[in-house]
Design a binder for this molecule. Structure first.
Ligand code: NCD
Length: 297
């Protein structure tokens, strides 16, 4: 594999291999060295977890990380994204982790990648977030060995969520028995990749093995996407009493950043069912596995 742009191009064996590799990296402290490579994270949208974990993953693999600040780059002087990218390639950078609000931005960059240059999509608008879906799969694997037999509910702002889209592809690929996408009608997706859509949180939580909450992504709202947040809190916030409808060993996940009290209560976020920080930990190892794979180890 040369680039990681989406999860829809990964087959079952490739998914398995990435998870195995990430788990292996998690279990030991001696990792492959890729010190001849140079990485830059080009983030045109804010990020804490994704950016830092990709940078840490590179450092763990002995890859120097070159700092890039989109606000301080020459794009503020009129240079276009493509020219910035070509200049960084010309300097000898060969691994790029890119997050951009423009969906499928990589279609513009791919023709500018000479052989040996690798591109990782770290989130493109509301379209895809492959590394998040993969680290979620790793976390699920640690808790639910019989994942295909499970019921998973993804709850919240589905229509704006790149995480929800990538997860749908991934759950389809692994043959998940039951995926329920829970959202108020205003935030239901116009086209469903996989799963059943409902506006009933009760239906989603009933007997669920896994609940994945999503952030309310206000920055992606168009004029008619604004739902009254008090209504959302009343009907969709994950609370301890609502979670009782799920299985006793249910796990709760969230890609972060969390809005406590809006998407879920602190009692849940910090409680015994929560795997949210474990997802963050796994993010480093999954991103190591992705980089290692692209660099051909
Ligand atoms: C997600 C993202 O940016 O798409 N967060 C993340 O990468 N950890 C989810 C979100 O911002 O809502």
């Amino acid at each position: 594999m040369t680039h990681l742009l989406n999860v829809d191009t990964l087959n079952f064996e490739q998914l398995q291999r990435l998870v195995e590799r990430a788990l292996l990296f998690k279990g030991k402290k001696a990792w492959p060295q890729h010190s001849k490579h140079r990485m830059a994270a080009l983030f045109y949208e804010n990020s804490t977890r994704t950016r830092i974990s990709f940078e840490l993953a590179a450092v763990n693999l002995s890859i120097p990380v070159i700092h890039f600040d989109s606000a301080g780059s020459s794009e503020s002087k009129g240079e276009v994204f493509q020219d910035t990218f070509s200049n960084l390639v010309a300097m000898g950078l060969d691994l790029f982790v890119v997050r951009h609000r423009q969906e499928e931005f990589y279609k513009i960059l791919l023709p500018l990648c000479p052989p040996g240059v690798h591109l990782i999509n770290a989130g493109d608008g509301a379209h895809a977030h492959p590394s998040q879906a993969l680290l979620d799969l790793m976390t699920l694997r640690e808790h639910k060995p019989l994942l295909p037999d499970c019921k998973v509910a993804i709850v919240g702002n589905i229509s704006h969520s790149r995480v929800a889209k990538s997860l749908q592809f991934l759950f389809q690929q692994i043959g998940l028995r039951d995926l329920v996408l829970v959202a108020p009608p205003l935030w239901q997706p116009s086209s469903v990749i996989f799963g059943k859509v409902t506006d009933s949180l009760e239906e989603g939580l009933d007997n669920a093995d896994v609940v994945i909450c999503l952030r309310i992504q206000k920055e992606r709202f168009l004029n008619d996407d604004h739902l009254d947040l008090d209504t959302y809190i009343r009907q969709f916030r994950l609370t301890a009493s609502r979670l009782l409808a799920a299985k006793k060993d249910v796990i709760v996940m969230h890609p972060g950043p969390l809005n406590r009290g809006l998407e879920l209560d602190s009692e849940i976020a910090d409680g015994k069912h929560s795997c949210i920080l474990q997802q963050v930990t796994n993010g480093v190892f999954m991103r190591m596995a992705i980089i290692d794979w692209l660099l051909g180890s």
